[in-house]
Ligand binder design. Structure first.
Ligand SMILES: Nc1ncnc2c1ncn2[C@@H]1O[C@H](COP(=O)(O)OP(=O)(O)OP(=O)(O)O)[C@@H](O)[C@H]1O
Length: 248
């Protein structure tokens, strides 16, 4: 087992994290998430959800402040060195690599796989319903199957933190529920800390325990998802849902 492999999640702390795109508005994030929590990240378009995830993953570097994962300061680390997996809405896969190779990348970036790695890949493909499709290229899969491949890769990576950036926004409701249930099953097994950006209250309700509400580049509320969705969140959250920001 490599040092980053784990079956337990890691706490995430963002301490006075400041960031601005060139010419863009300033953002500032302070946040503490418990190890193993499942968190929905909601907020109006442009409120900073993707930016926050990218700062945790290391795809963006802050102007000031710190990112701590499992108590370790990872602020200066490259994405590959962070104990994090991330799944985007699309383009998670390499188009020229097969399903099995795309999943195998989660074990070895050079695809030098040992027997145990190959067994882990086969197991992850079976558990995500992809057995028999190992040799296909991504273009020969449906959108839902492509996201399953991305989740299979998460399974074999076994990182303590999983970041999901609107991963199922382009899928229909039934398929979305299936994917959310798959993530819940991965969580039961690996107990990773999950942070999922979504506009869909229904998805937040189905998967998450905790809800983080962003507004204008800041954390504007944190609480139990059920409290937020039963009207206990800040007034701005109700306005966001009312304005249709939260698609079903
Ligand atoms: N690469 C970029 N360069 C410049 N500005 C950017 C870039 N990416 C995002 N922004 C701006 O930063 C702000 C936050 O964007 P971000 O994508 O994090 O919001 P979001 O909450 O994820 O939005 P959405 O719900 O629409 O995905 C927005 O004003 C956006 O226009």
């Amino acid at each position: 087992m490599s040092r980053q492999e784990t079956r337990t999640g890691a706490a995430i702390r963002l301490e006075a994290l400041r960031f601005a795109y060139p010419g863009g508005a300033r953002m500032r994030f302070d946040l503490a998430l418990e190890a193993g929590d499942i968190v929905a990240l909601m907020g109006p378009s442009g409120s900073g959800k993707s930016t926050l995830l990218n700062l945790i993953a290391g795809f963006e570097m802050p102007d000031a402040g710190r990112v701590l994962i499992g108590g370790q300061d990872v602020t200066g680390l490259a994405p590959a060195a962070r104990p994090v997996s991330m799944v985007f809405q699309e383009n998670n896969l390499f188009a020229h690599l097969t399903v099995a190779q795309n999943v195998g990348l989660g074990r070895s970036p050079s695809l030098r796989l040992c027997d145990a790695d190959r067994a882990a890949v086969a197991d992850a493909l079976a558990r995500t319903g992809l057995a028999g499709k190992e040799g296909r290229l991504p273009h020969a899969l449906s959108g839902g199957e492509r996201q399953r491949v991305a989740l299979a890769r998460v399974l074999v990576r076994k990182r303590p933190v999983l970041l999901l950036d609107e991963p199922f926004a382009s899928l229909g409701p039934a398929l979305r529920d299936e994917m959310l249930d798959l993530i819940a099953a991965l969580h039961r097994e690996q107990a990773m800390t999950i942070l999922m950006a979504t506009h869909a209250p229904r998805d937040a309700e189905r998967l998450s325990r905790t809800l983080v509400f962003l507004e204008a580049g800041e954390v504007a509320g944190v609480g139990a998802t059920r409290d937020f969705l039963s009207g206990g969140g800040p007034a701005a959250f109700a306005r966001y849902l009312g304005a249709g920001g939260g698609a079903p």
